[in-house]
Ligand binder design. Structure first.
Ligand code: 5GP
Length: 118
């Protein structure tokens, strides 16, 4: 399902270049940038340019092809910035630690075995 938000998400503001971010990759549908509080040697967020999906459950139901694009994008980032292996974390719901309700994947790579995302 979709939802309405009165204000653009923080990630939409990054996509619009209203606030700065360290962008590592971008295409028609997705943007990827370094997390401001990295929890691994490589910690990149992969974010759809649409903010209509609040979490991965909504995205999987509404646009599974876009979810598959996110996985491929994460793999490319892990190959470009690390050895190609990676963890993909989708915090889903506030009790799971989700703070930004614009679906995003955490790409964690670079050899860290421990981080605060579990
Ligand atoms: P969540 O907990 O919602 O899955 O993850 C949100 C992530 O966004 C957090 O890891 C947080 O550090 C990151 N974040 C929040 N605000 C900003 C920002 O303005 N810039 C960047 N690059 N990352 C942000």
């Amino acid at each position: 399902t979709t939802h309405d938000q009165a204000e653009p998400s923080i990630f939409t503001r990054i996509i619009r270049r209203e606030i700065p971010a360290s962008v590592v990759a971008e295409d028609e549908h997705l943007i990827a940038f370094h997390d401001i509080a990295p929890q691994a040697p490589v910690h990149v967020l992969v974010v759809p340019k649409t903010e209509q999906y609040r979490d991965v459950v909504e995205l999987a139901a509404g646009d599974p092809a876009l979810l598959a694009e996110m996985v491929a994008f994460a793999h490319k980032i892990a190959r470009d910035l690390a050895d190609g292996d990676f963890r993909l974390v989708f915090n889903t719901g506030p009790e799971a630690g989700q703070t930004v309700f614009h679906v995003h994947a955490h790409v964690l790579a670079g050899g860290a075995k421990e981080d605060s995302l579990g």
